[in-house]
Design a protein around this ligand. Structure first.
Ligand SMILES: [Zn+2]
Ligand SMILES: [Zn+2]
Length: 395
């Protein structure tokens, strides 16, 4: 089959690879109908995530049709399913408490060393996201093997087309959990750093959860405009002093909650960020966190800090003093996708949530490398790329 494979920094290609096969009784094979490129795929593309090997198939946002099932799968051939990017067994300590992205059983023992050293305990399995998280082949391909297919995939009704439900695989629940982790109360003013897909969905979620005011911070005009259309007030950080503006917009006490939807490759002109850029480039593992540092200074005393943005390693000059002195509540985590899919599907069906506004480009799988390049370099207008295996190439 054809699949998008990683070959090195900024080098991804569509290769012919072996078709996936059922390995375990709970597996299913899915024929991909839609698969998206994620902001966190760009971390792989940029070579800042360790443990990726040449030839690895990327992609963790996908859906399709069930074409083969193991004997213990609960899926049936022909069903349309969206598959969570987090692989979870459903039966371990963490899965039983709905902390699916912390599943104890989905990352094989031989892959656990690096993340256990970094984090104290190993990470669980993720699709298409380096050997740190199991080395599972991803879904930017014609077919994919889905382990624990009796737990993760959600069957979607035929009247909702792919564009409406694809993002249940990651970024919609990730934005939703990002807002939930900010513990939003009805009178809250919430500031969101980053108007990428997760930031925009966090904004939409915060509004649905009843925030009084949501403020979006970015520097891309088109993305800020999308945030404004969702109902947010906006700050362009190239034009305004963010902290000053936020103080003004929050009655002089700081915002109640902040959401960092930027993650470890944040832009910034402060000296410490420039040093972090250099350190990240030479591979000594420093995440760039200028958005998060700014968020911690902007939130009010007793405020709430949510981190859906991805970080992988260490951060220099962490504002620990501000965190302690201000009594902040900080929450992060990979998304427990399986916990949210059912409720969010219902919100899509009843029209509370619509995510299709985000899709800027649809490409055949063969053009995935172009999709990566432009999603990286033309961030303002390439807001979300959906790859469609089997789609006709543009003339
Ligand atoms: Zn993703
Ligand atoms: Zn589990």
């Amino acid at each position: 089959m054809k699949a998008l494979t990683w070959h090195g920094t900024k080098d991804v290609r569509v290769d012919t690879v072996d078709d996936p096969e059922i390995i375990n009784p709970r597996d299913a094979i899915i024929k991909i109908t839609s698969t998206a490129i994620c902001g966190s795929d760009l971390h792989l593309y940029d070579g800042v995530i360790p443990g990726v090997k040449p030839g690895d198939v990327l992609g963790h946002e996908f859906m399709g049709e069930v074409v083969e099932t193991g004997k213990d799968s609960t899926l049936e051939k022909g069903q349309r399913v969206v598959v969570p990017f987090t692989i979870a067994c459903g039966g371990c300590f963490h899965c039983k408490s709905q902390q699916y992205s912390a599943c104890d059983n989905s990352n094989p023992v031989e892959k656990q060393d690096m993340s256990a050293t970094l984090y104290g305990q190993p990470m669980s399995g993720l699709f298409g996201y380096s050997h740190l998280t199991g080395g599972y082949s991803g879904g930017q391909a014609e077919y994919v093997r889905v382990p624990f297919s009796d737990v993760g995939p959600i069957v979607v009704p035929d009247h909702l087309d792919d564009d409406k439900v694809l993002f249940l695989s990651d970024i919609l629940p990730t934005g939703w959990m990002g807002a939930e982790n900010a513990d939003i109360q009805p009178d809250d003013t919430v500031a969101v750093w980053g108007c990428g897909p997760v930031g925009l969905f966090a904004i939409q979620s915060a509004i649905v959860m009843g925030a009084a005011k949501v403020i979006a911070i970015d520097h891309y005009p088109h993305r800020l405009e999308l945030a404004r259309k969702l109902g947010a007030e906006i700050i362009n950080f190239r034009e305004s002093d963010v902290r000053e503006a936020l103080m003004e917009m929050s009655g002089g006490i700081g915002v109640d909650a902040v959401i960092d939807a930027v993650g470890m490759e944040s832009h910034g002109f402060a000296v410490d960020n420039m040093i972090d850029v250099v350190k990240q480039k030479v591979g000594i593992g420093a995440d760039r966190a200028s958005a998060l540092k700014q968020a911690i200074l902007a939130v009010r005393f007793g405020g709430k800090v949510s981190i859906p943005g991805v970080y992988g390693g260490m951060v220099d000059k962490w504002p620990l003093g501000a965190m302690m002195e201000k009594g902040l509540q900080i929450r992060g985590g990979q998304t427990h996708v399986q916990k949210y899919t059912k409720d969010l599907l219902a919100k899509i069906e009843d029209g509370t949530l619509d995510t299709t506004f985000l899709i800027s480009h649809r490409l055949p799988l063969e053009e995935a490398p172009t999709g990566y390049k432009n999603f990286k370099e033309e961030q303002d207008t390439w807001t979300k790329v959906v790859l469609k295996p089997g789609m006709e190439k543009a003339a």
